[in-house]
Design a protein around this ligand. Structure first.
Ligand code: LLP
Length: 417
């Protein structure tokens, strides 16, 4: 469910007037709905029911501390891919035992940090990584719980940049070689080889591919168990898509988890998932103000104060985000490109879009922007990163201040004598 609705011709989030937020917090800014985030988390939790499970929210989708705190308090675990994400989770009060450390390029320093924090699991993506974790765990006299991330060679129907489950991709270990890897890994005395994990891509709209991957992984688990490996944990990754276009239907969390659950019922396996987008994606909007209108080359441009620096998904993945005026004016519709101030033709938020006519000063919401929005922001063109706001229980508050010019040059000033 999207939290944005229209009341008396004004867009609101969970009953809070978005224009009022824009007026006080300024634009551009991201606004998130706590209720929607918790609702999505609970949809996962409820669907698993009494099947042993851990939901490890993928921090990369949106790592704002306030959101992480919300999820930690709701009982979520976390999927991290860097020492920085671990730092965020710990700051937010996340339980390290419910953290899974994924990623194809963990550094020794990051592995050390994770061992020191006592993360629950390492999802390992190569044999050299297994060896590294083993040696660092041995030095501490510790044991690291490890799952091998396998690459099931399943095509996820999504943008090429975010499809990860084919053998040609850099991720995981070829599922056909996984048994041999597990056998060789037996020599690592400081690893507990207790799990198998996979992740085939993001924004997957047809759960069929996710189920195919799950089936391949579960077949592997059965073979490993037959060989005496004590596999207790299966991590099915993240990937469930959300509704970006009005005409799309988002895959239902409950149905997907129900299907996973039916596959593992009757086994003693502990299920894990790593959802990011499906928890926070629909919960966020990016607010922008119209600066200018311009017609050139036969095209109508709406120039706004938000740019690809704040929301790069359209430029990077040709992504579609619905754009809505905050006030329904009753003006006619025009076909426009909504573009930002950055000096690149790729700086657009929407292209060839039908939009009710807007004028300078009007406000727009770029919808379904809670996932992979702020986290992919940059300061290109020396644009300070924007503010983030959380709407909770009918109130709102800034959960990340807008950056200042001073933030832009932090660390660049010559050292003071
Ligand atoms: N687990 C692993 C190992 C992942 O690599 C990812 C996402 C997830 C979980 C979470 O996937 P989700 O449930 O959010 O689909 N920046 C891109 C998306 C990149 C996704 C990378 N991995 C975008 O804006 O579409």
């Amino acid at each position: 469910m999207r939290p944005v609705a229209c009341h008396n011709h004004n867009l609101t989030m969970d009953g809070v007037d978005l224009s009022a937020i824009a007026a006080k917090a300024g634009t551009p800014c991201y606004v998130y709905s706590a209720a929607t985030i918790l609702e999505n988390f609970r949809a996962y939790d409820v669907a698993f029911g009494d099947t042993p499970h851990t939901i490890c929210y993928a921090v990369k989708a949106n790592g704002n501390l306030a959101l992480l705190r919300l999820l930690a308090q709701a009982g979520s675990g976390f999927d991290i891919v860097s020492g920085g994400e671990l730092f965020r989770v710990l700051k937010a009060g996340g339980d390290p035992a419910k953290v899974v450390f994924s990623g194809v390029g963990k550094t020794a320093a990051e592995v050390e940090e994770a061992l020191a924090a006592g993360v629950g699991y390492f999802n390992c993506e190569s044999e050299p990584e297994l060896a590294l974790i083993d040696s660092l765990a041995a030095r501490r006299g510790a044991n690291a719980r490890v799952a091998l991330r396998v690459n099931p060679d399943v095509e996820a129907d999504t943008h090429a940049h975010i499809s990860t489950g084919r053998l040609a991709h850099k991720f995981g270990v070829d599922i056909g070689e996984a048994e041999a890897v597990y056998v060789r890994a037996r020599r690592h005395e400081n690893l507990s080889l207790e799990g198998v994990s996979c992740h085939i891509g993001s924004n997957v709209m047809q759960p069929g591919a996710l189920m195919e991957a799950a089936d391949r992984v579960l077949d592997l688990v059965a073979r490993l168990r037959a060989q005496g490996f004590h596999i207790r944990n299966v991590d099915f990754g993240g990937g469930l898509g959300v509704q970006y276009r009005p005409e799309d239907a988002a895959p239902a969390i409950g149905e997907y988890i129900g299907a996973l659950r039916s596959r593992i019922e009757g086994t003693d396996l502990h299920a894990m998932v790593e959802p990011g987008r499906s928890i926070v994606g629909a919960a966020g909007v990016l607010l922008a103000r119209v600066l200018y209108r311009k017609n050139t080359g036969g095209k109508e441009f709406v120039i706004v104060d938000a740019a690809m620096t704040d929301q790069i998904r359209p430029a990077l993945y040709d992504a579609y985000h619905e754009v809505l005026p905050l006030r329904q004016s009753g003006r006619g519709k025009l076909t426009v490109d909504v573009v930002g101030p950055v000096c690149e033709t790729g700086d657009f938020l929407a292209r060839g879009r039908e939009l009710a006519e807007v004028l300078p000063g009007d406000l727009l919401a770029v919808c379904t922007a809670g996932a992979y929005g702020f986290v992919q922001a940059s300061t290109y063109n020396a644009r300070p990163r924007v503010a983030e706001v959380l709407v909770e229980n009918g109130c709102w508050r800034v959960v990340r201040k807008r950056e200042t010019y001073a933030d832009l040059i932090r660390g660049e000033e010559p050292e003071k004598e």
